[in-house]
Design a protein around this ligand. Sequence first.
Ligand SMILES: Cc1cc2nc3c(=O)[nH]c(=O)nc-3n(C[C@H](O)[C@H](O)[C@H](O)COP(=O)(O)OP(=O)(O)OC[C@H]3O[C@@H](n4cnc5c(N)ncnc54)[C@H](O)[C@@H]3O)c2cc1C
Length: 418
Amino acid sequence: MIEFEAPKPILMLNTALETVAVNMMRPKSRYFDEHEHEIPWDYINFMHMAMRQTGAGSLAPSEKKPKEGESPKEKRPPIGYQQLAYMLERLSWGDCGMYLVTPGGGLGAAAVEAAGTPEQKEKFLARFRGEKPVFGAMAMTEPQAGSDTAAIRSTAVLDPNTSEWVLNGEKIFVTAGHKSLCESEGFVVVWATIDPTAGRAGMRAFVIPAGTPGVTVTKLEHKLGIRVSDTASIVLQDARVPYDHLLGSAEVVKEPTTKGFKGAMATFDATRPLVAATAVGVARAALEELKSILEKQGVVIRYGIPRQKMTNLEREVIDMEVMLRSAWLLVIKAVWMADNKRANSKEASMSKVRAGDIVTKITQRAVELLGPLGYSREYLIEKWFRDAKISDIYEGTGQINRLIVARNILGYTGRELR
Ligand SMILES: Cc1cc2nc3c(=O)[nH]c(=O)nc-3n(C[C@H](O)[C@H](O)[C@H](O)COP(=O)(O)OP(=O)(O)OC[C@H]3O[C@@H](n4cnc5c(N)ncnc54)[C@H](O)[C@@H]3O)c2cc1C
């Protein structure tokens, strides 16, 4: 049965995260929006310390290590996707750009979780539990390959003499790419092909740690929104990594197999509902702020009266609340399925489509309904309007996720419906 009520431990954590959102994120939102590429170390260091103390380690689903003195029997439960969804919604309500710089494995760890062997998970994810904050990232997109991930051209060739993989290529728009490679001892999971003629069957994921010779961050994007989050271009020039940095079992190395591609899709099935959760957080922030500003102007939304007696403004606000809640229910369903190891590709995409839609609509309408106040930098509404759009772009655009939903419902393959 799907639980609609958040379990107690999640509710307690929510309260702590709300405190972080109110006291550490909101007061700095405007500053880091206006000082793009400055790094909010106070927030990063605080979150790293707090997550270590609570045993969370990283904002990634994982088996928590028992604390010192805990017997294996008392081993603490994993951070599930449901818990993560709540956490990310709260933090994104605070500032979704700043949430993206929360230390931890991010998309990189999610890829290791989805495609790595148990040994690789242990080996690569341990670094996020250390004393210093460490970041992870995932690089799929290339100048000629965005939505069509099978079109990637970065190559990985096995050197038979050293058993190392040699990677070449260019990756663009890598979230936290700079922090993973230049500001911490993190890694980027790079998707490359071991056979450029094989399309999807040639795709494999490689863990490229910070400090790997031949890996250069060449650019940081200047962006519309989420400006505190670094978005990097990375060039790989004869970058060498050990054999076991290819994620997955030995079988994955054999050709041809679409296991590598399926690993990429499994990563997205896990993370799309989480992106949707961040979108819901931004939408909730905008809606609450809208109502609060209206209230200060003497306009209080009257709930529970017949719709025909409502003002147009009241109807609009209530419709926005319906949008917000419907998106959240889709998120909860998708993460519940992920936690219960059920195939959730359709639900993950549905949640992302809906949340991407509603966050753009709600933030835009909030700007409009407040008139000049909505457009002014006095309030954060205009910032959330700019931050919102990314939810509908990364990890599969709205159009691509609609295609995935349609394929699932109609029973078409990717080749049959594109
Ligand atoms: C801030 C930011 C952070 C990012 N972070 C990462 C990251 O960490 N790692 C990473 O690998 N990538 C990242 N990306 C890249 C992102 O995933 C891609 O931008 C996205 O997948 C779309 O690819 P594209 O930009 O090449 O657009 P295209 O694929 O060229 O698409 C352009 C437009 O055409 C539409 N379209 C394309 N194909 C179809 C189709 N078959 N049917 C209907 N419409 C279609 C798209 O929806 C879109 O509207 C990031 C992007 C941004 C902006």
